[in-house]
Ligand binder design. Structure first.
Ligand code: 5GP
Ligand code: ZN
Length: 119
C-alpha cells in the first residue's frame, strides 16, 4: 500500500504537529518555522502545507503558492527586523543543489553579511 507523505516526510510531520518546531508563521496554506541547524542569525524555512517534493513537482495550476510564500518571506523578514538590512531566500532543487528534505521549502536567511557565490 502506498504510504501517505506524512508518514515519510519530516516537514509533513511538523505541519501535523507530530514533530516539534519553532513556528514563526502559520495560515491554512503556509507554515514557517526556524531551521534546526541555523546557518545565520535568522534562518527560517517556509513551506506549503501541501506536500510537493520540490519545485519540479509543483503543477502549473498550483504555482500561485510560490508567490504567496515569497510575499510571506518578505513579511517574516520585516517582522524579524532584517527587511532593510537584507536577506537571502534559497530554494534548493534536486541533487546538485544539495536538497536534503524532499518537501519543497524556501530558506530565509539573514542577520549577517552573505557571501557570493554560494558554495
Ligand atoms: P535542504 O538542504 O533540503 O534545502 O535543507 C533542509 C533544511 O532542513 C536544513 O537546513 C536542515 O537543517 C533543516 N531541517 C532538517 N530536519 C529538520 C527538522 O526536523 N526540523 C527543522 N526545524 N529543520 C530541519
Ligand atoms: Zn511533506
Amino acid at each position: 500500500m502506498k504510504r501517505s507523505p506524512i508518514e515519510d516526510c519530516i516537514f509533513c510531520k511538523i505541519i501535523a504537529k507530530k514533530m516539534p518546531a519553532k513556528i514563526v508563521y502559520e495560515d491554512n496554506r503556509i507554515l514557517a518555522f526556524d531551521d534546526i541547524r541555523p546557518q545565520a542569525p535568522t534562518h527560517t524555512l517556509i513551506i506549503p502545507k501541501d506536500h510537493f517534493a520540490s519545485l519540479n513537482d509543483i503543477p502549473e495550476d498550483k504555482a500561485d503558492i510560490l508567490v504567496d510564500i515569497l510575499m510571506k518571506a518578505r513579511r517574516i523578514a520585516a517582522d524579524k527586523g532584517i527587511g532593510q538590512s537584507g536577506y537571502r531566500i534559497v530554494l534548493n532543487t534536486a541533487r546538485d543543489s544539495g536538497q536534503d528534505v524532499f518537501h519543497i521549502h524556501f530558506h530565509l536567511l539573514g542577520g549577517r553579511r552573505m557571501a557570493w557565490p554560494p558554495g
